[in-house]
Design a protein around this ligand. Sequence first.
Ligand code: C5P
Length: 244
Amino acid sequence: MSLTREQAAGRIMVALDYPDAVAAERLIEGLKGIPCYMKVGMQLFYAAGPGFVASLKERGYYVFLDVKMHDIPNTVKGGASSVTRLGVDMFNVHAAGGAAMLEAALEGAQAAVSGGAAMPAVIAVTQLTSTNQSMLNEQIGIPGTVEDAVIRYAKLAKSSGLAGVVASPSEVAAIKAACGTSFQTVTPGIRPVGSAVHDQSRIMTPGDALRQGTDFMVIGRPITAAPDPRVALESIIEELISVE
Ligand code: C5P
């Protein structure tokens, strides 16, 4: 594999899971100069808003806006246009919204591109990693295994024209087999050796996730809750660089 330092950093999406811009800026300042991807989720976006995303873009960061849209197609189309105009590099929608909604997300993004914005990668959430087998079958009403549901959703995202999916690192190989190697995978649940597991259940080290073929790894607390986040991020970058 042999990634350069810059390539390795660019595959790491730092989850800015903070309640406001002030707290997020403290971390960003500590990581200054490292060309990692920044992931802005609903907690920070609902508090700090479009202006915060715009300021990340002004500083040259790639931004994944993790707002997991799920609504009627016309509403998702409008939302997709708005976030594309913000200049995000990636955003996501729930595959459970169905093909018409996924295609509407793409149309919305393309409409903003016609107005001069750059085309972001539109990716789908398959089955949330917090969903277990009994929730899937009994509460949500989907029969079969979680992995069956993930693969079906990944295929739906692919056939609808999306660029990839969010998934567990343990599902990457099956998704790539079903949807092709250029179909992107974005994987949370990453834990370097020795770091706390927190509430993640199926975890993988950064090196193993890269060996599985993951394109981007979302990493939050192993960096944000580390005594020195910069040292933690640099050590993950080193681990990725060392993967043969
Ligand atoms: O702190 P940690 O590394 O567990 O953060 C993981 C990030 O990935 C969080 O922002 C979480 O919302 C997100 N995520 C996840 N599992 C999913 C989808 C997103 O952990 N299935």
